[in-house]
Write a protein that binds this ligand. Structure first.
Ligand SMILES: Nc1ncnc2c1ncn2[C@@H]1O[C@H](COP(=O)(O)OP(=O)(O)O)[C@@H](O)[C@H]1O
Ligand SMILES: [Mg+2]
Length: 314
């Protein structure tokens, strides 16, 4: 059976800039797919093409196996929560949702119900009659999310929904998304926050410079790294490594050596060789080893290895 949503080799140029060169992805019901990439990677351009807001220069989007343009019902199955807030500051929360509902063709008791449920779903019922200009960034994001859900779409496209959001609203948004997933909705979650992708998404597509660099679950992506292991040794009497930390960096196969509060970290090419070299070094220096652990690489390490770029909030 065809996936619920499929993007095939999407491409988009802005003048001479190839914003999206080739992006393919697919989405099944009950799945949160992470679209992860740094600022400028081409995420918003990709989402805009999938949402039908931007015509691709190449490739195609299929919704339930068919192009959305020839399939009005399929198009209404899509909900978009854009990166730039699409709210009217001077109107109340409820009036904003009524407006969006009308745009989606809702009216009468159906619209009343959708607006009421939408406000409750994102925890804004008590602020229904407040003007949006009095809202915090997090409340605006939540209202934006409710607006994208009014017509009960089966595919939800979220473009950086937690930028500028306080932790409480962020958790509220995550709860809403997990609820939607458990009800079989398909969610495309665009973010440049590693930990969000790791926490929420069953699969992750990593993109940069308009191309997909890797795809898989977080552990799958991590296991593809050639230098996967990080050693963390807790040392007594080692202080801040003054006088010897540089030597650790020169041990064969060692990189990214760090020390903080007696915790020594190093990425090693080979676990067995790295461990024995480190233990020998610790003994030769007369340091006391309190604990030694190995860490699988996290998504951040994977991202750095793939793109050469840090993915920290810019
Ligand atoms: N309307 C536009 N006109 C020209 N360049 C654009 C436009 N929108 C985006 N870009 C450029 O396209 C690239 C991809 O942008 P975007 O899709 O917004 O990336 P992301 O969402 O991953 O940050 C960037 O280099 C950006 O500057
Ligand atoms: Mg963007």
């Amino acid at each position: 059976m065809a996936p619920l949503l499929e993007a095939r080799r999407l491409a988009k140029n802005y003048g001479t800039l190839r914003a999206v060169e080739e992006v393919s992805l697919s989405l099944e019901p009950g799945e949160i797919l992470g679209l992860l990439g740094p600022n400028g990677a081409g995420k918003t351009t990709t989402v805009s093409m999938i949402a039908g807001l931007l015509a691709p220069d190449g490739g195609e989007v299929l919704l339930m196996g068919r192009p959305p343009s020839t399939n009005g019902a399929a198009k209404r199955a899509l909900g978009l929560v854009p990166q730039d807030l699409a709210l009217f500051d001077g109107l109340t929360a409820e009036a904003n949702l009524r407006l969006f509902g009308a745009l989606y063709g809702l009216g009468g008791p159906g619209l009343d119900r959708a607006v009421k449920e939408g406000l409750a779903f994102v925890g804004l019922s008590e602020r229904a009659s407040s003007r949006v200009k009095s809202f915090s960034g997090g409340m605006k994001r939540r209202l934006n999310l409710a607006a994208g859900l009014l017509h009960d779409p089966s595919v939800l496209l979220l473009d950086e929904p937690t930028v500028g959001v306080d932790p409480q609203s962020r958790n509220a948004i995550f709860d809403v998304l997990e609820d939607l997933r458990s009800r079989g909705k398909a969610i495309l979650y665009t973010t440049h926050y590693m930990e969000e992708a790791e926490r929420l998404c069953s699969r992750i597509v990593i993109m940069d410079h308009g191309r997909v660099l890797a795809e898989g679950t977080a552990p799958e992506l991590a296991s593809r790294l050639p230098h996967p292991t990080r050693l963390v040794a807790e040392l007594r009497g080692g202080g801040d490594g003054e006088g010897w930390i540089g030597e650790v960096g020169k041990l064969p196969g060692f990189s990214r050596v760090s020390i903080e509060g007696g915790r020594l970290g190093a990425t090693v090419e080979n676990l067995a060789e790295g461990t024995s070299a480190l233990l020998a070094f610790i003994a030769s220096r007369g340091l006391e080893l309190a604990s030694l652990e190995t860490q699988r690489p996290d998504l951040e390490t994977v991202f750095l290895a793939l793109t050469g770029r840090e993915l920290r909030d810019a």
